[in-house]
Design a protein. Structure first.
Ligand code: DMJ
Length: 560
């Protein structure tokens, strides 16, 4: 008979801390080397055996298309190359992708996966091109080939948003539109980071508008007790699966409300999250675990922990809710220690895996939380988790041809799959955990703020405010968004002034009219208004304020 001893969380915390070893810098450096070797074992094998397919099959040593047919693993891994310091390979692959990837193909692509992996991966690589030593266009980061690729791939997703509610279909197929209207919650609410970035870098408002519309529609469907379910019919707005929780099917919706609020300084998104969080804490939170409940009644439907939920402590730490984050992390870490990985589902009352959910497909979430919590606390317990993860993956999942998803953590059977998030997320977060002075943490090894110049005339200060990671661990730089949207606004003002001048020879009060159409968080709207006069676009380069004044002076003197 098995006897389960329930250890109170505080005692667990004390025991764990007592056991946490201290990692000296040389040990951290040695672990970083091991993580790099892990990356190149998988990456080289993908290139040699699977490219241009989406994924490597690590048991049969060949490739397969999974989420589209976009060489997904290469796009997803691109920014990890730079994170590991490999600028030459980053440059080679960035060029190769521009030549080889075609988004104009007939595939039934997942809107969610294409967005987080392809659009997110390309946007991040675009923003990191300066650090990678790529040749930059004069107006970078407001233009560039990788940005155009990201825009191109995102444009292919836009038809999915043309629904009565604005909530998108889960898949998009331009040839035979036979998509089911049932979409998971995360599939509706995980666009604002990539789409707002696209809009603000390119000046095309449509992406941010559709992402916001989907978020607002979804918000209206929450239950009277403030929860959302798992799957919704995006045409009728009826909840088809009514389990409410923070894991599979929902997870990144909450993540994007928080990260969207931070990146866009958006009060509306923050308020949405805080209201959800109150309901989540009220109905689903027990002993620092999060359960699944019926979205209308709040009654428990599944007392399980899902491995996808392990992002939550990291998210809480971003909001400064450290005590709760630390306690929940300890619960999840105890599951990792029990199995040497996180099973997809873990029964909390029974302390066992759940039937058909015993696998560990090399997911990143617990390592991601460890990275945030180490950054917030400096506690070496989180490094210990990182080392445990590295040892486990090497021991259980390594094959001659890569790393394989673990089908069952009890007997270590493997599946013939290496998802692209292993290179994009799992290895990146592991590396960043062991490199606390990496530039992606916002400072250099001397503790100084890390930044670089961009924009025409060098007026963009980039990277100085830290990075926001999308849900596939692709870092986005909020400073680039602000710089490019400010320049778009400048261009519009200047264009209006010039047009007014050319129409009646003197500046009018309407010169500033477009400034109100810039996104400003809560009620931000972009783009020209219905009925607005169609104007000829002037191709003015982005100008710093002093140069704008000079041009204005010239215009006035030319006209007088
Ligand atoms: C990734 O594609 C993303 O993190 C997504 O949000 C959830 N699933 C995987 C990783 O587990």
């Amino acid at each position: 008979m098995r006897v389960h001893v329930i250890v109170p969380p505080l005692l667990l915390w004390i025991l764990n801390n007592a056991a946490a070893q201290h990692f000296a810098e040389e040990q951290m450096a040695a672990v970083r080397q091991r993580i790099k070797s892990m990356f190149y074992h998988a990456y080289d094998s993908y290139l040699n055996n699977a490219f241009p397919y989406d994924e490597l099959r690590p048991l049969t040593c060949d490739g397969q298309d999974t989420w589209g047919s976009f060489s997904l693993t290469l796009i997803d891994a691109l920014d990890t190359l730079l994170v590991l310091g490999n600028r030459t390979e980053f440059q080679r692959v960035a060029t190769l992708l521009q030549e080889s990837v075609d988004f104009d193909i007939d595939v039934n692509a997942s809107v969610f996966e294409t967005n987080i992996r392809v659009v997110g991966g390309l946007l991040s690589a675009h923003m990191l091109s300066g650090k990678a030593g790529m040749e930059l266009e004069p107006n970078w980061p407001c233009s560039g080939p990788l940005l155009r690729m990201a825009e191109d791939s995102a444009r292919k997703l836009l038809p999915a948003f043309q629904t009565p509610t604005g909530m998108p279909y889960g898949t998009v197929n331009r040839v035979s539109p036979t998509e089911t209207p049932v979409t998971c919650t995360a599939g509706v609410g995980t666009f604002i980071l990539e789409f707002a970035t696209l809009s603000r870098l390119t000046g095309d408002t449509v992406f941010e508008e559709v992402a916001r519309k989907a978020l607002r529609s979804l918000w209206k469907t929450r239950s009277d007790i403030g929860l959302v379910g798992n799957h919704i019919d995006i045409v009728t707005q009826k909840w088809v699966a009514q389990d409410a929780g923070i894991g599979a099917g929902v997870d990144s919706y909450f993540e994007y409300l928080v990260k969207g609020a931070i990146m866009l300084q958006d009060e509306e998104l923050l308020q949405m999250f805080l209201e959800y969080d109150r309901a989540i804490q009220n109905y689903t939170h027990f002993d620092d675990w999060y359960l699944w409940v019926q979205m209308h009644k709040g009654t428990v439907t599944m007392p399980v922990f899902q491995s996808l939920e392990a992002f939550w402590p990291g998210l809480q730490s971003l909001l400064g809710n450290l005590d709760s984050a630390v306690r929940t992390f300890q619960n999840y870490y105890s599951v990792w220690r029990q199995f040497g990985g996180l099973p997809e589902f873990y029964s909390i009352p029974q302390g066992t895996t759940v039937d058909k959910r015993e696998g560990y497909p090399l997911r990143p979430e617990l390592i991601e939380s460890a990275m945030y919590l180490f950054r917030a606390t400096g506690d070496h317990t989180y490094l210990q988790l990182g080392l445990d993860a590295l040892e486990s993956i090497e021991k259980i999942a390594k094959t001659p041809c890569g790393y394989a998803s673990v089908k069952d953590l009890r007997d270590h059977q493997l599946d013939n799959r290496m998802e692209s998030f292993f290179l994009a997320e799992t290895i990146k977060y592991l590396y960043l955990l062991f490199d606390p002075t990496h530039f992606l943490h916002g400072h250099d090894s001397d503790g100084n703020v890390s930044w670089e110049e961009g924009g025409e005339g060098g007026q963009c200060v980039l990277g100085a405010g830290g990075y926001i990671f999308n849900t596939e661990a692709h870092p986005l730089d909020p400073a680039a968004l602000y710089c490019c949207s400010r320049h778009t606004q400048d261009r519009r003002e200047l264009r209006d002034i010039l047009l007014d001048l050319s129409q009646d020879g003197r500046p009018s009060k309407s010169a500033n009219r477009d400034t109100e159409t810039q996104p400003t968080g809560r009620s931000g709207r972009m783009g020209s208004k219905a009925g607005e006069k169609k104007r000829v676009l002037l191709s003015c380069p982005v100008q710093p304020f002093s140069a704008r004044l000079a041009i204005l002076g010239q215009v006035f003197s030319d006209n007088t």
